[in-house]
Write a protein that binds this ligand. Structure first.
Ligand code: SF4
Length: 246
């Protein structure tokens, strides 16, 4: 099969030229191509409704308000995030926002005091974020993220498209700057997450999110001083994660 695909699409040079053409497209045009023509009915947006999420949500609302938007409520999010989600869903007219959450039995067994984040943050992220999303993405061929290169050193070479096991992960804002994000939100009159005004430039769970100091990367407030920089959604192929359903 892989050989057949290579014969159909050509060599690495062809792939590189296609990638260059796609990267040259204006972001909403690229997004429309991906949603409507390449993965129709088989793609979802995954959104944290965090500091910059409104840009991608606004673009998707302009293309298909019923596109599945997957939101992971870990159970320890800021109340401001939940309120912001409701504000954006209503304001943008999004009709298919699906809230995911950790398995209650697993939480009762492994994290009954909601304190696993302190003793084993990787396992905490796994049961509260990775497993719910891995399960929800079954049936989709691709998913869209809102990640940007400027967010941290570990995302500095983020591509527009990447493989995620057998799925494709799409990062339409990969080369956007913070200034472009700010300008887009201002131009379209979109409200910011209320915690941005308090210097929370990347917003996750309450126990693992702190404000960012002047000069720091936007994501430096996440898992501060814990030696952890990613939750696990983007460090492994989610279609290869055992779902631990028993
Ligand atoms: S970010 Fe912190 S609280 Fe949230 S799932 Fe990960 S370790 Fe747990």
């Amino acid at each position: 099969m892989a050989h057949d695909r290579a014969a159909l699409f050509g060599d690495a040079d062809v792939a590189a030229r296609v990638a260059t053409k796609l990267a040259a497209l204006e972001t909403t045009r690229f997004l429309r191509l991906v949603v409507e023509d390449i993965f129709p009915g088989r793609i979802a947006l995954v959104s944290s409704f965090g500091a910059d999420s409104a840009v991608m949500l606004h673009m998707i609302a302009g293309i298909d308000k019923a596109l599945p938007v997957l939101f992971i409520d870990t159970g320890v999010l800021f109340p401001e995030t939940l309120a912001y989600r409701d504000t954006l869903v209503s304001g943008l007219g999004l009709s298919n926002v699906i809230t995911l959450g950790p398995n209650r039995d697993r939480l009762a067994e492994e994290d009954p005091e909601s304190f696993l984040w302190a003793s084993d943050p990787d396992r905490c992220c796994h049961i509260r974020k990775v497993l719910p999303l891995a399960e929800a993405l079954e049936g989709f061929d691709a998913w869209i993220t809102g990640r940007k290169r400027f967010q941290s050193g570990t995302r500095a070479s983020l591509p527009l498209l990447e493989t995620d096991g057998d799925r494709i992960k799409v990062n339409p804002l990969a080369d956007w700057t913070m200034q472009e994000i700010d300008a887009y939100l201002a131009t379209h009159g979109i409200p910011r997450h209320p915690l941005v005004a308090k210097n929370y430039l990347s917003i996750g769970c309450i126990p693992c999110t702190t404000p960012v100091r002047p000069g720091e990367d936007p994501r430096s407030g996440r898992w501060r001083d814990k030696g952890k920089v990613e939750c696990g959604l983007h460090t492994q192929a989610l279609d290869g994660v055992p779902l631990e359903t028993s």
